[in-house]
Design a protein around this ligand. Structure first.
Ligand code: AMP
Ligand code: MN
Ligand code: MN
Ligand code: MN
Length: 286
């Protein structure tokens, strides 16, 4: 039996952004749902990067707990030349248009992986393609798998170092990809019956003037909501995001962006909580 949430009571126990091993997370979808329930989460969206492969397992697992599972995805997209992440929520995961869209993203990620490996070899690293592929398994391959492969090959001593030296913005492994435009991502999510939410707006290394521009463009492109509460955002930033959201008629979303166990600062259900549910994107999803 699937859990029937009560928005007024349960919105504070929701987490609308997290990852399983179907992308760059550690846990299986079932383990993720079990852990979320254990941490008191009642409404969970699994939002793997560019794949919905974990949604069916997560949904089946959610039946064993007092937890409502919302289908989700975190789409990699472009706003102009900048990469942005768009969280899709509440769509039909079997929608054919969405499936084709995600297959294209898989091709882009597989091609990028080969280019990343080649670029790292040029910088003196061993060829890490097979190791990174093995770490990704059946899931969408991403830069975190290369970071792990670099640690395993003792090129660096931590994933954070791998990003700061090799994989982060402007570094050799930060390969330019012609990801679909923000409008295409939003349109795809809508035609699959879902909502589009601009993820973690302060995490793109933009000034607040640029962030406001991005929020305006996202709303103009048909976006439905924006994350205002997530680990690392401060109360002043949340306030500014909320003001911009209100100006452009965007609803508010929130989540932990949980990837793996073992970090006290990152946990399912853990992010700065809102005092009320009025503007929450869950109003549109439940
Ligand atoms: P990708 O989607 O393959 O481009 O990789 C982006 C992912 O890498 C993000 O979703 C994070 O999980 C991870 N990531 C990005 N920057 C860092 C960083 N500085 N340190 C560790 N992980 C990072
Ligand atoms: Mn990630
Ligand atoms: Mn993201
Ligand atoms: Mn994420």
């Amino acid at each position: 039996m699937s859990y029937k949430p009560n928005l007024a009571e349960d919105f504070a126990f929701s987490d609308l952004h997290c990852h399983s091993y179907c992308s760059d997370g550690e846990l299986s979808p079932r383990e993720l749902v079990a852990r979320a329930a254990d941490k008191g989460v009642r409404i969970l969206a699994l939002t793997d990067h560019d794949t919905v492969d974990g949604v069916a397992e997560a949904r089946a697992a959610s039946d064993d707990y007092a937890l409502k599972l919302i289908p989700g995805v975190e789409l990699t997209a472009l706003w102009g030349k900048r990469v942005v992440h768009i969280v899709g929520l509440g769509f039909d995961p079997d929608n054919p248009g969405l499936q084709v869209y995600l297959q294209d993203l898989k091709k882009l990620r597989d091609q990028r992986a080969e280019l990343i490996a080649a670029r790292l070899v040029k910088k003196g690293c061993p060829d890490l393609l097979e190791k990174a592929k093995a770490l990704a398994g059946e899931g969408q391959i991403g830069r975190p798998h290369f970071a792990q492969a670099m640690v395993a090959a003792r090129v660096v001593d931590s994933p954070a170092k791998a990003f700061s030296l090799y994989l982060g913005a402007g570094k050799p492994g930060d390969i330019k990809v012609d990801w679909p435009d923000m409008v295409a991502a939003i349109t795809c999510l809508h035609q699959a019956g879902g909502c589009a939410v601009l993820a973690h707006p302060t995490k793109y290394k933009l000034t607040f003037t640029k962030i406001r521009e991005m929020i305006a463009a996202f709303a103009e492109s048909g976006g439905d909501g924006i994350e205002a509460r997530y680990p690392g955002v401060d109360p002043g930033q949340t306030r500014q995001i909320e003001i911009a959201a209100q100006r452009h008629g965007l609803l508010l979303s929130a989540g932990s962006d949980f990837h793996c166990t073992g970090f006290s600062w990152s946990e399912l259900g853990k992010y700065p909580k809102a005092p009320d549910s009025e503007m929450h994107i869950l109003n549109q999803l439940l």
